[in-house]
Ligand binder design. Sequence first.
Ligand SMILES: [Zn+2]
Length: 172
Amino acid sequence: MSKKEKIKEALNKDVDFKAVGGKTKGFISEFKDFATKGNLIDMAIGVVVGGAFGKITTSLVNDIIMPLISLATGKIDFTNLFVVLSGDETYTTLAEAQEAGAVTLNYGNLITVIIDFLLIALCIFIVMKKILAPKKKVEEAPAPVTTKECPFCKTEIHIDATRCPHCTSELE
Ligand SMILES: [Zn+2]
């Protein structure tokens, strides 16, 4: 075997262009399927709707629920519930304390976030129960039976048929 032939053989052996091309195509089409079909689109819709839904819940908490709670608990503003850890200066608002560079334990914010979370969980629970549950029930209902099996030729025929259209056998 000449030197030239050896090189040619080595090249053919190492680089199987068809295989490489096939692999790349498989990966790309797999990604295309992932990006265009089913789950990713559903997920994206979920994220967008979830984001918008989150804003509604945040507004509901900050603008409606918290003022009511504040009124019920004697006008306590949760955001201004905090403990100053550094020094013994007293601040009336959290913004004031933070502006002064004080180290604060903002447990009022935590309470707000927890109420926020509970409301979101409650909203999701209601949505699941009221909107998704009845839909599931409809899907689970079995389709009405419109066919039966001919006992002689085993093909599917209309449920009211008295004679099989395939084998012409008479049925009871
Ligand atoms: Zn039949």
